[in-house]
Design a protein around this ligand. Structure first.
Ligand SMILES: [Zn+2]
Length: 149
C-alpha cells in the first residue's frame, strides 16, 4: 500500500515496476529532465516480486510505442498505467521487441556501427535475462550493458 503515498495524478502515465535506481535512466530516455509538467519519482518502494522497485509518474504525458520499446530495455518488467480524469483507463506491460533498430549502441568498439553511419540493429536472444546480439558484428551482450543512443 505504500506506493499510494506517492502523489496521485489526474492525467498522465504511471510507470511501475522499474528496477531499483533505473528510474533515473527512465527520466533520461523519456527526456523528462526537460519536462515542465509534474514528474513524481519513487525510488526504493517495497515490491513483493522485486524487493525494491522504482516508480515514475508523469503528468499530461502518454507514451508512444517507440518510447515503450526503449523503456522495455531498462525496465523489462515495467507496468504502464494510463490515467485520464483520475481513472486508470489502460494497463499494459512493456515487451522488448524481437528486433531493436537504432535505439542502442553496440558495445563492441570495433563494430562498423561505431565507425560509419550505419543505424544499429540487434536481435533479442533472450528477454529474461535480457540478451541482445548485434546484427553486424554478432557480438552478444547482457541487459546491464545496454547503452541507449
Ligand atoms: Zn556490433
Amino acid at each position: 500500500m505504500r506506493e499510494y503515498k506517492v502523489y496521485r495524478i489526474e492525467n498522465g502515465t504511471v510507470i511501475d515496476h522499474i528496477p531499483h535506481w533505473n528510474s533515473l535512466k527512465v527520466l533520461d530516455l523519456l527526456g523528462l529532465r526537460q519536462s515542465t509538467d509534474l514528474v513524481t519519482l519513487g525510488i526504493g518502494l517495497d515490491s513483493q516480486h522485486m524487493g525494491r522497485k522504482d516508480l515514475v509518474k508523469v503528468e499530461n504525458r502518454e507514451l508512444s510505442q517507440a518510447e515503450l520499446d526503449k523503456l522495455a530495455l531498462v525496465a523489462p518488467q515495467a507496468t504502464i498505467n494510463l490515467i485520464r480524469n483520475s481513472v486508470r483507463v489502460e494497463k499494459l506491460k512493456v515487451r522488448v521487441p524481437d528486433r531493436i533498430e537504432g535505439l542502442v549502441r553496440c558495445p563492441n568498439t570495433g563494430c562498423i556501427t561505431r565507425h560509419e553511419y550505419v543505424p544499429t540493429r540487434f536481435d533479442t536472444l533472450s528477454r529474461e535475462p535480457l540478451q541482445l546480439r548485434c546484427y553486424y558484428c554478432n557480438v552478444s551482450f547482457q541487459g546491464d550493458e545496454v547503452e541507449l543512443l
